[in-house]
Design a protein around this ligand. Structure first.
Ligand SMILES: Cc1cc2nc3c(=O)[nH]c(=O)nc-3n(C[C@H](O)[C@H](O)[C@H](O)COP(=O)(O)OP(=O)(O)OC[C@H]3O[C@@H](n4cnc5c(N)ncnc54)[C@H](O)[C@@H]3O)c2cc1C
Length: 500
C-alpha cells in the first residue's frame, strides 16, 4: 500500500484526498493521510449556520467564498459524485441588480455589461455611472487597434494597463477595479492579465475590440439559451452557483466521501524530510511523525515555502515572491422591515476612488434564497484588500461598526435598524495576488517540482483562485504522483463535460 501525505485540508487538499479515495476504489493500492493545522476542515470555505434568535428558522452565513462560477465543471462533478448535485443553489435572478457607487451616488450596473465591457447601446448611453467623456473614451475601444503581440511569448501586461489602453481610466476606476477588487481582492496596477483574465487578451486579438468580443459572447450565450432551454423541473443555470447549506456543504461532503478517519485536524506539518528520493516523513507540531511515499503540499504559498525550502531553494524563493492580501467579511442580520432601503438587488460595489472602507456588499439572503428566515435579511460587507490592510488590525466590534456606518452612508440603512447578530471572518494573507510574472513563476515551480519524485503542490496560489480551479489543482497533484507510480486512472480519461 502506497501512502500520500496531504498537507492542508482546504478545498485543494480535500480535492486531492477524494481523488486518492476514488483511485483506491478502482483497485489501486494507495491511501492518504491528510494533516490540517486548523481544528476544522475546509480552509477558506467556512459556513456557519446561525439559529434565528427569535423564531424558527436559520441563517446560513458563508464567511469565505459564497459561490463558484457555474461554467467551471469541477464543483458540479464533485457534487454529482458525492450526491449533493440536487442541493446546488442558483441565484434568484428575479432580483438580479448590482449597484455601483459613483461620485457618492448609487447607480445600477447597466444592462448588458459583461465584465467591464458594455454590450448594449441604450443602457450604456443612458447610465449616469460614467461621464460623457468617459463613455466616448470607452466606445473608442471599437476603433483602437489591438496590441501587436510577439508570437510564442506571454505578451503580459497589468489589468490596469490593459483596461486604460482599451477603454480609458474612468472605466478602470468606476467598473473594472471594483469588479476585480471583489473577485481577486487585488490591485489592478499589479495584476497580471495573462494569469487572471487570459480570455481578454485572446478576445482583443480575435475581435480587435473588447466590446465586439463581448457582444459576440453575449449573442452566443443567448443562442445557447434559446437552443437548450431548461428542461421542466430543472433549476435555472445562473452565472454563479452555491449550495443550499452554504459552500461548506461541498467540503463537508468531500471530507465524508474521502474518509474523515484518515484526516487529522488541529496539528500542523512543521517540516518534511525525504530519504532516497522515495520515502517522505512529515514532522508534526504535536511531536509525532508520519511516513509516506509522496507528499502533496496544498497550503497557502507562504505556508508551503518553509516546507519546501530544504528540498528546492528556487521553488521556495518563488513561493516567497507570491504576494498575498488580507481581507475580512462581516455578515450582519436585520429584520427586513427595519432596514429602510430597497433590497431588490444582489449587492453594491464601492470603487476605491470613492474612498470608502467598504469594498463591496452582498445582500446574501436576496441573492441566495434560503440564507435567512422569512422577514429577516442577511447582508455581508467585504473590507481589506491590498489598499486597506490596516483595517484588519481593528477588533471585531470596530469592524462591525465600520460596516454598519458604511451601510448607513452608502445604502441609507435606517440608523435605528438593530442588528440581530453579526459575524466577522478574517482572512489573513488569504488571497494570493497574481502579479506580473506570476505565470513564469508558476511554470518554473511546476517544472522544478516535476523533477522531485513524490512531491506535488496544489492550491489557489498557482493557476486560479476559484473553488473549481482549486479542486482541479488538488486532482492534478494526485495525477502527477500516480503517473510517477505508473498508475493510469480510468477517470482521467473521462471528459469533464459528462458530469454536467
Ligand atoms: C473572503 C474570500 C472570498 C472568496 N470568495 C470566493 C468565491 O466566491 N468564489 C470562489 O470560487 N473563490 C472565492 N475565494 C477564493 C477561494 O476561496 C480560495 O482560493 C480557495 O478556497 C483556496 O483553497 P485552498 O485549498 O487552495 O487553500 P486554503 O483554503 O487556504 O487551504 C489551505 C489549508 O492549509 C492549511 N495549512 C497551512 N499550513 C499548514 C501546515 N503547515 N500543516 C497543515 N495544514 C496547513 C491551512 O490551515 C488551510 O486550511 C474567496 C477567498 C476569500 C479569502
Amino acid at each position: 500500500m502506497k501512502r500520500i501525505i496531504i498537507v492542508g485540508g482546504g478545498i485543494a487538499g480535500l480535492g486531492a484526498a477524494y481523488k486518492v479515495t476514488r483511485a483506491a476504489s478502482e483497485g489501486h493500492g494507495i491511501e492518504f493521510v491528510l494533516i490540517e493545522k486548523d481544528r476544522r476542515l475546509g480552509g477558506k470555505i467556512q459556513t456557519e449556520i446561525v439559529p434565528d434568535p427569535s423564531e424558527k428558522g436559520r441563517f446560513i452565513v458563508d464567511g469565505g467564498p459564497d459561490c463558484f462560477l457555474t461554467e467551471k465543471p469541477a464543483c458540479h462533478r464533485i457534487a454529482k459524485l458525492t450526491g449533493i448535485f440536487d442541493d446546488e443553489l442558483p441565484t434568484d435572478d428575479s432580483r438580479k441588480k448590482t449597484w455601483i457607487l459613483s461620485r457618492g451616488k448609487l447607480h445600477q450596473m447597466p444592462d448588458g455589461v459583461m465584465m467591464f465591457a458594455p454590450t448594449k447601446f441604450i443602457p450604456f448611453a443612458t447610465t449616469g455611472l460614467f461621464s460623457w467623456p468617459g463613455k466616448i473614451r470607452m466606445a473608442m475601444d471599437l476603433l483602437i487597434p489591438p496590441k501587436k503581440v510577439v508570437p510564442g511569448e506571454l505578451n503580459d501586461e497589468t489589468l490596469e494597463s490593459f483596461v486604460v489602453r482599451r477603454m480609458g481610466r474612468e472605466c478602470l476606476d468606476r467598473l473594472a477595479e471594483p469588479l476585480v477588487g471583489g473577485v481577486h481582492a487585488s490591485d489592478p496596477s499589479q495584476m497580471s492579465l495573462a494569469a487572471t483574465f487570459p480570455r481578454l487578451l485572446e478576445m482583443e486579438q480575435k475581435y480587435g475590440s473588447l466590446m465586439k468580443g463581448f457582444i459576440a459572447a453575449r449573442r452566443m450565450v443567448e443562442e445557447m439559451r434559446r437552443k437548450y432551454p431548461p428542461k421542466p423541473g430543472e433549476k435555472p443555470r445562473t452565472f454563479f452557483t452555491s449550495f443550499v447549506n452554504g459552500m461548506q456543504q461541498l467540503t463537508d461532503r468531500m471530507a465524508d466521501a474521502a474518509g474523515r478517519e484518515r484526516m487529522r485536524t488541529g496539528v500542523a506539518v512543521t517540516s518534511l524530510q525525504c530519504a532516497d528520493n522515495s520515502r517522505w516523513n512529515a514532522q508534526l507540531s504535536d511531536g509525532s511523525t508520519i511516513d509516506g511515499d509522496a507528499v502533496i503540499i496544498a497550503t497557502e504559498s507562504w505556508a508551503a515555502e518553509p516546507l519546501i525550502r530544504p528540498h528546492d531553494q528556487a521553488i521556495a524563493d518563488a513561493l516567497a515572491n507570491i504576494p498575498t492580501s488580507s481581507s475580512a467579511t462581516i455578515s450582519i442580520a436585520f429584520n427586513e422591515n427595519e432596514v429602510g432601503f430597497d433590497l431588490n438587488a444582489f449587492g453594491v460595489l464601492c470603487p476605491l476612488v470613492e474612498g470608502h472602507a467598504l469594498m463591496a456588499a452582498t445582500y446574501s439572503s436576496i441573492k441566495w434564497p434560503g440564507r435567512a428566515p422569512a422577514g429577516k435579511v442577511l447582508l455581508r460587507g467585504f473590507v481589506g484588500g491590498p489598499h486597506n490592510q490596516e483595517i484588519l488590525k481593528r477588533p471585531d466590534e470596530e469592524l462591525v461598526q465600520i460596516v454598519i456606518a458604511e451601510f448607513r452612508d452608502i445604502l441609507s440603512l435606517n440608523p435605528f435598524a438593530k442588528p440581530l447578530f453579526t459575524r466577522v471572518f478574517r482572512w489573513y494573507l488569504g488571497m494570493p495576488q497574481y502579479s506580473l510574472g506570476h505565470l513564469e513563476r508558476v511554470t518554473m515551480i511546476e517544472n522544478r517540482s516535476a523533477q522531485i519524485p513524490g512531491l506535488a503542490l496544489a492550491g489557489g496560489c498557482y493557476r486560479g483562485v476559484g473553488v473549481p480551479n482549486c479542486i482541479e489543482s488538488g486532482e492534478r497533484a494526485v495525477s502527477k504522483i500516480l503517473t510517477e507510480w505508473g498508475i493510469d486512472l480510468a477517470e482521467d480519461h473521462i471528459e469533464e463535460k459528462r458530469y454536467y
